[in-house]
Design a protein around this ligand. Structure first.
Ligand SMILES: Nc1ncnc2c1ncn2[C@@H]1O[C@H](COP(=O)(O)OP(=O)(O)OP(=O)(O)O)[C@@H](O)[C@H]1O
Ligand SMILES: [Mg+2]
Length: 334
């Protein structure tokens, strides 16, 4: 199977700022691939290189098997959806969707069925006459996607398209976006710094750090078995906890939910406690000064010492790389 998107030894720098360092990646047709990384890590620049808005220093980019490295954006058959959707406020929804076709000199008779098809696919036929400020955020998202679809792209590039939505509608917007991608069967490359989006949307996630994908895989695998201290720390609602091994330079890493509270060889003192729904989230301090995140059902006293054991843990070497086969303790049943 030909990959829908291939990066082949791509490098990119802005002066001494590294964005990509010899990056190779293959994304399958129909795959939802999320590029996850902290702010300023180079995620948008990656998308812009794939789109052709930004050049690469070296390496090759292929879309559906075709080398597009030297092609301008309009020859790459990509559709880009931005954070603010970039809808034209003075145009109706219909005209917004039709706009890219008009720019390509399609006739009115050719444009109409394409716009109506896209509107039907996304369930926005009823709002074609409205202006962007007369529709909801979720509908704006669908209009932006409809505008992308009419050009029959072979790749969708999305740059934090949900970040302007308020928290309460994000869940439904995410679910809807996932469904649209499945129905279209198209390849999506989606950039975000939001864990939840990576977790719920992606078939695979690539964690971007210092110009490399530090880890690529299903989100759950990255969460459970991060390849490095950095990934364990970055991925998850809580960072992974790390404590030094009793001797030697290595450390153990463990997720909050791998902790058994009550007894065991470890202890930590409660510094901050916060009720979140049914659970209490605790920030604690281990005897060596390391921070440990715990969750409990009962609200503890600040300053209280909590003893705990670990059902499962990972091992990391002095450079922060996970030591293969280093899982200690009994594995929990999944
Ligand atoms: N044209 C440019 N020239 C020089 N430096 C740039 C240019 N574009 C981006 N940068 C720098 O490259 C780095 C990565 O920027 P980029 O916008 O790709 O990050 P990002 O991961 O998308 O961040 P965010 O999550 O905040 O959107 C930043 O330090 C930025 O200042
Ligand atoms: Mg960005």
């Amino acid at each position: 199977m030909t990959a829908q998107l291939e990066l082949d030894h791509v490098s990119k720098h802005f002066g001494d700022r590294v964005i990509a360092e010899d990056v190779s990646l293959a994304v399958d047709p129909g795959e939802f691939f999320v590029i996850l990384g902290p702010s300023g890590e180079g995620k948008s620049t990656f998308l812009r290189m794939i789109a052709g808005i930004e050049t690469v220093d070296s390496g090759e980019i292929r879309i559906a098997g075709t080398d597009v490295t030297e092609l301008p954006p309009n020859k790459r058959r990509i559709a880009m959806v931005f954070q603010n959707y970039a809808l034209y406020p003075n145009m109706s929804v219909y005209k917004n969707i039709a706009f890219p076709l008009k720019m390509q000199f399609f006739s009115r008779d050719e444009i109409e069925p394409k716009v109506r098809d896209a509107a039907r696919t996304l369930g926005i036929t009823e709002i074609l006459d409205r202006r962007p400020n007369q529709i909801s955020g979720g509908q704006q998202q669908r209009v932006a996607l409809a505008r992308a679809i009419v050009r029959s792209p072979s790749l969708f590039l999305l740059d934090e398209p949900l970040s302007n939505l308020d928290a309460r509608v994000r869940f439904s917007a995410r679910a809807e976006l996932k469904k649209i991608q499945r129905d279209l069967g198209q390849t999506f490359i989606y950039v975000t710094h939001d864990q939840k989006e990576a977790e719920s949307l992606s078939d695979r996630t690539g964690v971007l750090h210092l110009g490399r994908f530090e880890q690529i895989g299903p989100f759950h695998d990255i969460y459970e078995t991060p390849t490095s201290h950095w990934v364990g720390d970055f991925v998850g609602d809580f960072p992974m906890n790390f404590l030094p091994e009793p001797s030697g330079p290595n450390e153990i890493g463990f997720r909050t939910e791998w902790i058994d509270i009550g007894s065991g060889p470890y202890s930590a003192v409660v510094e901050v406690a916060e009720r979140q729904g049914d659970l209490v989230s605790l920030l604690c301090r281990a005897p060596g000064g390391q921070r440990v995140f715990l969750t409990t059902l009962q609200m503890p006293t600040i300053g209280e010492t909590i003893h705990f054991g670990l059902r499962q843990s990972l091992r990391f070497d002095a450079k922060g790389q996970r030591i293969e086969g280093g899982t200690t303790g009994a594995l929990p049943a999944h």
